[in-house]
Design a binder for this molecule. Structure first.
Ligand SMILES: [Zn+2]
Length: 262
């Protein structure tokens, strides 16, 4: 079975001791591409470096919204983000532009209103990222925690459709809007235990679905470190929800990946 993981963080410290083993296991499981997402300028540089060593890794460069220093966050010490390595939005855009020919997407980017209520600066940063994506003709991989409707509003205003909504937690109305706008949505590797993503897998047409692990997060087993080989759990859920066999789902998802990113 051919698999693709469009969202993973193999540059994170959780993988510093065994990234090679993780990639070998992915390959053995049939994973043919892993889009590795940068979350700040240092992470972006590490992702690029990893991708030169492991051709299975396809680099994306971006910035996690809460890592940008102009965004106010509720708790500076929170482990969900890393403000120590924070470069400005200008420096980040400059870096992405400079390496644009090497990346398959701009990500991880977006807006997070769970750990921050600073809409103003997050919207301004995200809008600038979309402008760059337009200029470079690159797809964007979007984080939208507690900002699902806002993200759709911004994409609609900008007439921007070349986007993947990663781990999208919006309700049925917002999922339908995303589908009508031609966006792609991911089913996650922990969808086996999340009713929301089972519903999403059923609702979204097969041609607009992608699969992801967000490794090291979103493990199918609570408390375990996640890795790209577990993207097969997302295929299982899509196949169940659509009444199709795993092989045909996996092939369709891989074609979606090729169409969106290559
Ligand atoms: Zn992520």
């Amino acid at each position: 079975m051919i698999l693709v993981d469009v969202h993973a963080h193999l540059d994170f410290p959780e993988f510093s001791n065994d990234v090679q083993d993780v990639i070998e296991r992915s390959k053995a499981a049939g994973v043919a591409a892993i889009i590795c997402q940068g979350v700040h300028t240092t992470s972006n540089a590490n992702v690029l470096e990893l991708a030169t060593r492991y051709p299975l890794l396809k680099p994306a460069m971006g910035v996690y919204p809460l890592n940008l220093p102009n965004v106010r966050v509720n708790d500076e010490q929170d482990k969900d983000f890393d403000r120590k390595h924070a470069a400005t939005i200008d420096e980040t855009l400059q870096q992405i532009k400079q390496h644009a020919h090497k990346i398959v997407a701009i990500g991880e980017v977006g807006i997070d209103l769970h750990f921050s209520d600073d809409r103003e600066h997050q919207v301004a940063n995200f809008t600038r990222i979309l402008q760059l994506a337009n200029q470079l003709h690159k797809p964007v991989i979007i984080h939208s925690r507690k900002a699902e409707k806002l993200i759709l509003d911004i994409l609609e205003d900008a007439k921007f459709t070349n986007a993947v909504l990663h781990c999208f937690n919006g309700g049925k109305g917002l999922i339908k809007r995303a589908v009508d706008n031609g966006l792609a949505l991911t089913v996650t590797s922990n969808a086996n235990r999340l009713q929301h993503f089972q519903m999403l897998a059923k609702m979204v047409p097969l041609g607009q679905l992608l699969t992801e692990t967000d490794a090291p997060y979103l493990s199918p087993v609570v408390g375990e470190r996640n890795e790209p080989q577990n993207v097969s759990y997302a295929i299982d859920v899509i196949a169940q929800q659509k009444g199709l066999n795993n092989q045909e789902v996996a092939r369709a998802i891989f074609m979606n990946y090729q169409k969106r990113f290559l």
